[in-house]
Design a protein around this ligand. Structure first.
Ligand code: NAP
Length: 438
């Protein structure tokens, strides 16, 4: 019997568990660890609350989680409550599926001013992640600046723009719903350091901006390349750019029917955040494209900003004892192998890009590496203690382990607490989650 510990219960973690079940058939026991008492990582805390159809993928993970040879070890933080070395003693293979939960820094002056957030924090706030639930962004100003032109920037801009009614059926947490309803923001700028042909936004998600109740997207027609230049774009990007063209073609009097402006600002690289304690403006340098990259022109502009959210990508959190690639912001690995017996998968392996589905082949390929290492003898004889050994350690340390059965009780309590039409009202602090299982 092989024992596999998967650290992280998001998409990368559960696809790996699924692949390991298939590859090792009845000859494996898998534990999925999470530092929170609740599973599903990015699905729960990252995917936008108004994108419930994407969140439904957790039903597939639940099927895996409920299998006899798969366990959930919630509320245990690997690297703090238990070390990697200890887990490696207990398990034949340890797979880090910890994602990329830290914000990349902009690296510009003023980043520590108040009301400046990274998207991990801001998204965590409206999704009720215990670490960020108390963020309390000030939404009383007029202008919000969202930095970055990827799908996370779109999520953040859309959430800022929506009315309470537009959150019907979502699982946005109550504190965020109330704060957003009281928001005074009238102008949301989406700031990109490159141009319309370099956006990272996918068409379906970008198209949603055209159907908001109280916000109208705006692109300055002069910012768009000549239409014939779209021909060279790959089809998905061409479709996204066609949305930008539609936004640019919307007459001002139609846009004026909606009170919130959602403006795309291209070719503008953030240089500094300015303010006295709290952010008041962002200084940008206009750019030009040189071999596809943004190069500063020296021309600067100061844009008022009462709230700034940078959506420029994420980093994996290092774990003591695991080699880390500082530059790339993820574990140092060779196609998922850190060393025989220690692997990484998903964003922790390749950085924060791709869709949820990209993690599936990732999970399968890391399991192939484990099988290879088991076959070659690199994992040693199958004599590890797995869960039984971990449980003994957890008891000795007084860890409060949350099982999948406990999670189902927490989930029931969240479902019971849901407002009308919503799937759940999430607990936003760990103590409340743990109380709910008792
Ligand atoms: P992303 O797609 O990589 O976009 C990051 C954006 O930040 C880019 O526009 C990038 O511009 C910009 N940026 C990076 N560094 C910058 C800097 N120093 N100054 C200014 N701008 C900077 O990342 P993401 O939006 O965080 O998304 C992560 C992944 O999750 C993506 O694969 C995304 O598709 C996926 N996702 C999907 C959904 C969905 O399908 N609904 C929702 C959310 C996220 P440059 O291109 O110039 O570097």
């Amino acid at each position: 019997m092989r024992h596999i510990a998967i650290i992280g219960s998001g998409p990368a973690g559960y696809y790996t568990a699924e692949a390991a079940q298939k590859a090792f058939a009845g000859d494996v026991r898998i534990e999925v660890f999470d530092s929170l008492p609740v599973p599903y990582g990015l699905i729960r805390s990252g995917v936008a609350p108004d994108h419930q159809s994407i969140k439904a993928v957790s039903n597939r993970y639940e099927k895996v989680a409920l299998s006899d040879n798969v366990g959930f070890v919630g509320n245990v933080c690997v690297g703090r409550d238990v070390s990697i070395a200890e887990l490696r003693e207990l398990y034949d293979a340890v797979v880090l599926a910890t994602g990329a939960p830290r914000d990349r820094d902009l690296g510009i002056p003023g980043e520590t001013l108040s009301n400046v957030f990274g998207s991990a924090a801001f998204v965590g706030w409206y999704n009720g992640h215990p670490e960020f639930a108390a963020l309390d962004p000030d939404l009383s100003g007029r202008t919000a600046v969202v930095i970055g032109m990827g799908n996370v920037a779109l999520d953040v801009a859309r959430i800022l723009a929506k009315t309470r009614a537009e959150f019907a059926g979502s699982d946005i947490v109550a504190h965020a719903l109330d704060a957003l309803e009281a928001s005074r923001i009238e102008r949301i700028l989406i700031l990109g350091r490159r141009g319309p042909h370099q956006i990272m936004m996918t068409p379906k998600e970008l198209g949603e901006l055209g159907h908001l109740e109280r916000a109208a997207p705006h692109v300055a027609p002069a910012d768009l390349p000549a239409p014939e230049e779209d021909a060279i774009l790959e089809p998905g990007l061409r479709k996204s750019v066609s949305h930008l063209r539609a936004f640019a073609a919307t007459p001002a009097h139609i846009r004026a029917e909606k009170p919130i402006d959602l403006e795309f600002v291209f070719m503008s690289s953030p240089k500094a955040l300015v303010g006295n304690g709290k952010v008041e403006a962002i200084e940008v340098e206009k750019t030009r494209l040189v071999r596809g990259q943004a190069e500063g022109t020296g021309e600067t502009e100061t844009i008022p900003a009462d709230l700034v959210i940078s959506c420029i990508g994420y980093r994996t959190s290092p774990i003591p004892g695991v080699p880390f690639d500082e530059r790339a912001g993820r574990f140092a690995n060779d196609e998922g192998r850190i060393l025989p017996g220690l692997y990484c998968v998903g964003w922790a392996r390749r950085g924060p890009s791709g869709t949820i589905g990209t993690n599936r082949p990732d999970g399968y390929s890391v399991v192939e590496l484990i099988a290879e290492d088991a076959e070659s003898g690199a994992l040693g004889a199958a004599r590890k203690h797995g869960r039984a050994g971990f449980d003994a350690l957890a008891e000795e340390r007084g860890l409060e382990v949350v099982t999948f059965r406990d999670w189902k009780k927490i989930e029931e309590a969240e479902t019971r607490a849901a407002r009308d039409g919503a799937p759940r009202e999430k607990f936003v602090d760990v103590a409340a989650m743990i109380r709910a299982r008792d």
